[in-house]
Design a protein around this ligand. Structure first.
Ligand code: ADP
Length: 495
């Protein structure tokens, strides 16, 4: 069944594999009801990779039916069985790491090294949540001798998950892991520009033996995401993407069935270098903070603040490092990062660079599209900026960063907080007391000290303010996928 929905693809590093192109519903890859497909492009050379089937509203309904049908048996499955399946999935992903990384590099454009890093964290995330499956506890609450009160943490039902294109496989794991460990069933929609790795993952889900309907993975556009967000039988939606789209998701949830919502949205994260920092380490972190994954990172350290006493040194070091961080083909070892994931992104970023120049910022290095096929942009640094410039205020989502001087801790905190966002922040200092004071003061869901973009499956991630609501990874990642039932038994009498 469904063999017509597989296409042979060969990646640039010579891996030949069968790419599923159908919608994964009830453990089968099926064509969409309309039969419509859309094209998937390789951003490193603008070549067409493959066409995949496009899910629309009727397809979502079929996926929800499948997920709803199996929900009771999955929710009541022995927790250790759910854990075992997640653990087997982690093993299977590890076994297929090379092909998954090659798919991600081909589809998203990230370098193979970065893609391998993503796959490693995906394995960790599934293993971490596999371990949680049989450790979901309620409480016994002692109130008085006449009663017995306890709580249960129960799954929600069918949950919808909407994934962006910058970390297609990784962000799918952040959502699937906790949802499945706690007994929910899932309809997951990948992003239209990067649907391939999630479909390959679906094949592995089937192979390790998840029951049909527990995991459904569909490809489609924003309107299909909007339908998921407003679906009356979906009990929760988890969304990662832009703040603008997150607002629509929350509104759709509110005006449909008030489904629970978690949002992981945009950012404009401050990255602060104090005068006593180890400058080599700090500048390397700053480079990773902005050029990692072509700057397509919601928590990218896109506003760099440097103490005036080391500002000139940092400018010199960082300029040199940026100029050694050239982007290139994702499969070339020498490429520091790959292309932007789509032409739309490329155009958006170039527009911001033009705005920056017009607003009077000084271009220290970079600023241009690279003259070749594919969506490559030079590592770009602006100095002489002020807090009101667009390039300091708005999320650019590319390899573009601003450098600003500061004098005092209070001044830099004030600048750091001058944003609608609150996803992450970075600090570099050797002074423990200062590090803790600043970390405690920053309005951000994650603070990195003497490191940046440093994720771990055990450590929760999620934003303050308009960077979102709810956490993913860590034990906190489970919270959004369970609801607490309180049970109170009365009439206990003395015997
Ligand atoms: P971008 O605009 O940079 O592509 P989005 O935040 O719009 O980023 O996209 C992230 C994900 O959200 C994608 O899977 C996309 O299809 C989906 N999406 C887009 N618009 C909507 C919407 N109105 N409701 C729900 N999901 C949407």
């Amino acid at each position: 069944m469904g063999s017509n929905t597989f296409v042979t693809v060969k990646t640039a590093n010579g891996i030949e594999y069968q790419q599923p192109t159908g919608l994964f519903i009830n453990n089968e890859f099926v064509p969409s009801i309309s039969g419509k497909k859309f094209a998937v492009e390789n951003p490193s050379n603008e070549d067409h990779i493959v066409d995949v089937y496009e899910a629309e509203e009727a397809d979502v309904d079929v996926a929800v039916d499948a997920a709803e049908k199996v929900f009771d048996s999955w929710a009541n499955e022995q927790p250790k069985k759910r854990g075992l399946l997640l653990s087997r999935l982690a093993d299977k992903i590890e076994e297929h790491a090379d092909v998954l990384a090659a798919i991600e590099s081909t589809d998203n454009g990230k370098t193979l090294n970065m893609a391998k890093g993503d796959v490693g964290l995906v394995v960790d995330v599934f293993r971490f949540y596999a371990g949680w499956a049989d450790k979901i506890y309620g409480d016994v609450i002692e109130t008085d001798p006449d009663h017995f009160s306890y709580t249960r943490r129960e799954p929600l039902g069918v949950v919808g998950q909407i994934i962006p294109w910058n970390f297609p496989l990784l962000l799918a794991s952040w959502k699937l892991g906790p949802a499945l460990a706690t007994g929910n069933t899932v309809v997951l929609k990948s992003a239209e520009s990067t649907p391939l790795s999630a479909l390959y993952l679906a094949n592995l889900v089937k192979e390790v033996g998840f029951p049909p309907g527990v995991v459904n993975i569909i490809s489609g556009f924003g309107k299909t995401g909007a339908y998921i967000a407003s679906h009356m039988r979906i009990k929760k939606v988890a969304f990662t993407g832009s703040t603008a789209t997150g607002r629509f998701v929350m509104k759709a949830a509110a005006t449909s069935n008030l489904k629970k919502v978690t949002l992981e949205l945009g950012g404009k994260s401050p990255h602060i270098i104090f005068e006593d920092a180890d400058l080599e380490t700090a500048v390397e972190a700053v480079r990773v903070g902005i050029f990692f994954n072509s700057g397509e990172v919601c928590c990218a350290g896109s506003r760099i603040y440097v103490h005036e006493s080391v500002y000139d040194d940092v400018v010199k070091l960082f300029k040199a490092k940026a100029e050694q961080s050239a982007p290139g083909d994702p499969f070339e070892k020498t490429s520091w990062y790959g292309p932007q994931t789509s032409r739309i992104q490329l155009d958006r970023i170039l527009q911001y660079i033009e705005e920056g120049k017009k607003e009077g910022a000084k271009l220290l290095t970079g600023g241009k599209r690279i003259d070749r096929k594919g969506y490559y942009i030079e590592p770009t640094i602006f100095t002489d900026v002020n807090e009101n410039m667009k390039i300091v205020k708005e999320e650019i989502f590319g390899p573009v960063v601003t450098l600003t001087k500061f004098k005092t801790v209070d001044e830099v905190l004030q600048m750091a907080h001058d944003t609608q966002y609150g996803l992450a922040a970075g600090i570099h200092t050797q002074n423990l007391s200062k590090a803790l004071h600043v970390a405690n003061s920053l309005h951000a869901g994650t603070v990195w000290i003497n490191t940046f973009n440093d994720f771990h499956a055990q450590v929760p991630f999620g934003g303050y303010n308009q960077s979102g609501t709810g956490k993913e990874m860590g034990k906190e990642g489970l919270d959004a996928y369970t609801q607490v039932k309180a049970v109170r038994i009365g009439g206990i009498t003395k015997h």
